[in-house]
Design a protein around this ligand. Sequence first.
Ligand code: HSE
Length: 310
Amino acid sequence: MIKIYAPASIGNVGVGFDILGVAIKPIDGTLLGDCISIQSSNSFQLNYHGDFSKQLPKDIKKNVTWQAWNWFNEKTKKKKQISITLEKNMPIGSGLGSSASSIVASVLALNKFYKTKLTKKELIHIMGILEGNISGSIHYDNVAPCYLGGLQIITDDIHHITQKLPIFDNWLWVIAWPGINLSTSIARNILPSKYDKEICIKNNRNLSTFIHALYTQQQELAIRVMIDSIAEPYRIPLIPNFLKIKNEITKLGASTCNISGSGPTLFSICLNVSIANKVKKWLETNYIKNKTGFVHICTVDKLGARKLRI
Ligand code: HSE
């Protein structure tokens, strides 16, 4: 039997719409990510477990794990009868790379089980295609960090779709999912199809300054330029009280407050545990809408997807 875990991730990272993504892990050891287990069987089975399995589509063919299995069957021209268990630990439509987590775990587990030996580039490519089927357009800013860990920049270069960037090890990433779901394709369709020159220049300047700040380890500069001019202004109406929340947690000492991926999860960078705890508490009281919602203090998951001991 094979079991693969694939972590949660934050797409865009504030300043790099569809270009930056970071894998994260809660500091309390919570396994925030989906798992896929595969074993031989006489017939194909897809079993669901986990807190969020009830949110999965009823039509099995709409499930990314089924789609990944189907892709491997077509690729290898062998329809393997296997039993797959998807442990759905991530809420769907949360902005934490839930679909990416299922896709990455499925593709890696199937690649091992089918002994296909696909290259890293081929694996990321198919992960991106499966992500595109769900969200309406291919974007790698969740699948790449989820698979490879750390902070990734999507280069879309012909040889390397993604590259790892340095990051500040002291940053604490407080994430808050309110317990409500937001479709990624709706949050993408709300964006303009064309942008003003001024906005492009501003975003290019902030993103390039952010990358420079990472390489020169200037964290204050990095924080100041974590501004999203491409998606955030248009997605604010989808996030209840976003500007008020930003203002309140900034008063508590939070260094940033941005939308994680396409939302509604928010993420905030805090520079010490005491601030992170205050921000966590405030968000628990003021942003969480029901019992399923959660707030976690996270660090960067540098390992990405990995085999779990069974
Ligand atoms: N970059 C994508 C978006 C991430 O913001 O639409 C989706 O989680």
